[in-house]
Structures are given as C-alpha cells and as structure tokens.
Design a protein around this ligand. Structure first.
Ligand SMILES: Cc1cc2nc3c(=O)[nH]c(=O)nc-3n(C[C@H](O)[C@H](O)[C@H](O)COP(=O)(O)OP(=O)(O)OC[C@H]3O[C@@H](n4cnc5c(N)ncnc54)[C@H](O)[C@@H]3O)c2cc1C
Length: 410
C-alpha cells in the first residue's frame, strides 16, 4: 500500500463527546482546519450517561458555602443559556431542554435547611422559593421548603446530534484497534496520524499541528499510545438508577445533610414513556453494590423524598458510568476543567458537562494559529461518519418492577 501525501490539519481532536464537539466547533469558527476522530459513538462514555444539568455551583455551595469549585462554575449557566438560545457559539438552538430550571427541596433536619439557605450566597443563579401552585406535582404536598434554581437541564443526545450535524464534514469514524497509528518526532510531538478507512482500508495520513485529546476515559489509552506519563487521570464511578413508566416530569435535587442526596432528571424514551435518571450521593454510595440492591435503595430513597408518589407499574434499571477527570491528590473532584500540555498534544477533561465552555476557552488560548495556504482541500466524503450514542435506558435489557419483584425484559 503506498503512503498518500499527508493532509495538513491545524487541530486534530480525538473524541466526540461534549468536549470534543465544542472544541471542534470553536477551532473551526476560529478559522483553523480542524478534524475530529471518534472511535466509538459520539458521547459514548459520560456525555450520553449524564443528567444534563448545567450546574451553576449550587451543588458545591450547599455543604460549605461558596467554594473554589462553586466560583469556577458560577458563570456557566448564563453562557449555556446564551448558546442554547442561539446568541453565542456554539449555536445550540434546537437542543431539546428537559427543563428550564431545577427544583430543590430539603429533607427534614437543620443541616439540610441551612444548606439550602447557605447556597444563596456567592452564586450567580440563586435558589428562589417556589409557591405551592408553581411546584411540580410530586412536590405540591411537600411539607418543607421548595426552591427553584435557574439551572437548565439539557437533553445530551440532542446536543450531540445537533453539533454532529453542523460538523458532519469534519467528524470521522476511526477503527482504534487496526486503523490508527501515531508517528512521533524526537521532541515528543505528534508528526503524523495514519488512519485506515474502517470500510475500505484506504490509508489517510494526517499531519496535525496540534492534537487535542478529548476522549474522556479514553484519554488514558491515547496517552499511553503517545508514551505520555501515566497516572494523569482518575475515574470516579457512579451507579445510576433509571425508572420508566407512569411518572411525573421532575428535575431537581432533594437535599439531605447539606448534599444533593437524590438528583432526579426526567426525559422520554423512544416509546414516549417518561424516564427518570436518578443520581446524587446515592449513586456514589451504591458503587460496588449489585443492581437489585441499588434499585431497592433508590426506590426507598424516592419514597422518602416523594412520599406521595405512586410507583405501581414503574420499572427500574441501573447503569454504572465512570466520571473521567484529571488526577487529584486523594482522588477528590478537581476544582475546574483540566488541560495538560505535552509538546503539541493537549489532554483535556472538563470535569463537568457544565464546564465544557471553560475548557474550550483554555484550548483556544493554547492553540497558536497555524495556516496551511497550500493545503489540498479536505475531501473526505467517502469516509464513514460516527453515529450518536444511545442513552443508557435505550440499551437496558432487563427492567425490574420493584413492587411486584418481577424482572421484565425489553
Ligand atoms: C452518570 C453521570 C452523570 C453526570 N451528570 C452531569 C450533569 O448533570 N451535569 C454536568 O455538568 N456533568 C455531569 N456529568 C459529567 C459530564 O458528563 C462529563 O464531565 C462530560 O460529559 C465529559 O465529556 P467529554 O466529552 O470530555 O467525555 P465523554 O462524554 O466521555 O466523551 C468521550 C468521547 O471520546 C470517544 N473516545 C473514547 N476513546 C477514544 C479514542 N481512543 N479515540 C477517539 N475517540 C475516543 C468516546 O466514544 C466519546 O465519544 C455526569 C457524569 C456521569 C458519569
């Protein structure tokens, strides 16, 4: 097979979750010749598994008052709101919203209530009391404070689809196992990336000025292929529960002991059933527990947090997903997005979906303009394109009816 002449690329992004697609959009808009390579399906890993909450720091301010994490994240809701309204790049108008706000309600106990109050300080988006008539149905009879916070909840799959369609020409599917190879210079920079078309095995050589690793947990493998120092990444898993059936739409956090104990977000599945994603501290505590124990625990917590809710006929499933982040001492969550620079390779982790715009700014600042005036125009029409990942509830095969204790297969 003869080597084709290499195609110069200003920025080569590896990984097409929220980070990779936002970075691709920013690089393209800045006039760089940018391409994105995706090894699986877009957003597979964290973005498609996420609850889609555009946090403004409340979650971090609850326990301690305004922390560094809370200050870092507090401008994000406005930034996302403008992108979702089509007022600033990337143009996310058309992304489906699960909700325009989140509800907060506190379990009985002084720490829970003080947490809710404390969260009012130092945040741009502050919780506001919700009168009974404005509350979602399951919280109308809640005998305690209920607040509203203007943190939007997006449908991650629709954002991924929208960005993928805007950048279809620039997103390529790759076969990581047998159709992907780096050549390095002696200074540790990437000189060439050789790809084989996953359908035809035709080779394509790319000559990137900059390589951005935005592959979430996949960054670990990519860094080892590049010979970059290990131990740069940590994984913090969550054991999430999903429920589907006759459920009301609800998006928000039930606060207990100054932490979001139960975080519920609502969407619809392909059969138009309401689906709840259930996270919060219970998803951290259930890591290592088996599926049925985790589902039972989630059900018990839901019935404490929403005692009037009727769960008859509701089916439950669960999934485990790793949060992939830059390593920290002691494995705590990093304060903000992280970017490591090794020669012409940037390794990125946003830490939160909400923080992707900040990560994008950091990448933008780090990339020097390179131009390839004599470059052959990119003509990759024949190359296969990656599809968008399916959300966990569309992949779940076994659902459990916890009240009748029967297992239902999809
Ligand atoms: C259960 C859960 C709930 C969450 N909820 C929220 C929330 O409500 N709000 C919030 O702000 N944050 C939330 N997060 C965090 C948020 O989802 C992540 O910070 C964010 O989605 C990370 O995006 P990413 O693009 O960096 O990574 P990912 O979404 O993991 O995307 C990585 C991409 O790279 C691809 N890839 C992997 N390896 C390779 C390779 N070798 N070559 C090429 N491509 C590769 C993958 O297929 C994928 O498309 C949640 C996380 C989890 C796990």
């Amino acid at each position: 097979m003869t080597a084709p002449s290499p195609l110069p690329v200003d920025v080569l992004v590896l990984g097409g979750g929220a980070s990779g697609l936002w970075i691709l959009d920013a690089m393209h808009r800045a006039g760089h010749r940018a391409l994105l390579l995706e090894a699986g399906s877009l957003g597979q890993g964290q973005t498609i598994a996420s609850q889609g909450i555009i946090h403004g720091g409340l979650k971090y301010a609850l326990r301690l008052g305004p922390s560094r994490s809370a200050r870092t994240i507090r401008d994000m809701p406005l930034r996302w709101r403008r992108a979702l309204g089509g007022e600033m790049a990337p143009d996310l108008a058309g992304t489906l919203l699960r909700s325009d706000y989140c509800c907060l309600w506190a379990m009985p106990g002084i720490r829970s209530r003080i947490g809710l109050l404390g969260a009012r300080f130092g945040l741009r988006t502050k919780p506001l009391p919700m009168p009974v008539e404005a509350r979602p149905e399951p919280l109308r009879s809640w005998d305690g404070p209920v607040a509203r916070i203007d943190e939007q909840v997006i449908e991650p799959q629709s954002m991924l689809s929208l960005l993928a369609s805007q950048h279809r020409d620039r997103c390529l599917k790759i076969d990581l196992e047998s159709g992907f190879e780096f050549s390095m210079r002696t200074d540790g920079s990437v000189e060439l990336v050789r790809l084989l078309n996953p359908e035809t095995s035709e080779p394509l050589d790319l000559q990137p000025a900059h390589v951005v690793l935005a592959a979430g947990a996949g960054n670990e493998h990519l860094r080892s292929l590049l010979g970059l120092p290990g131990q740069a990444m940590q994984r913090r898993p969550l054991h999430m529960v999903v429920a589907r059936g006759s459920l009301p739409k609800l998006n928000g956090h039930c606060i207990r002991n100054g932490a979001p104990w139960l975080t519920i977000t609502s969407t619809a599945d392909c059969a138009d059933r309401v689906v709840w994603q259930i996270g919060g501290t219970i998803a951290e505590e259930c890591v290592g527990r088996d599926r049925s124990e985790t589902i039972q625990r989630a059900r018990d917590c839901i019935l404490q947090a929403l005692p009037e809710l009727d769960l008859s006929g509701v089916q439950f499933g669960s999934y485990v997903s790793d949060r992939a982040e830059a390593s920290t001492d002691g494995g705590a969550r990093p304060d903000g997005p992280a970017m490591l620079v090794d020669a012409n390779v940037l390794t990125t982790w946003p830490t939160k979906l909400a923080l992707v715009p900040m990560l994008c700014d950091a990448v933008d600042e780090a990339i020097e303009v390179a131009s390839h005036p004599d470059a052959t125009p990119i003509d990759l029409h024949e190359w296969p394109r990656p599809s968008v990942a399916l959300p966990p509830w569309e992949r779940e095969e076994t659902w459990t009816d916890v009240l009748s204790a029967t297992v239902v297969s999809t």
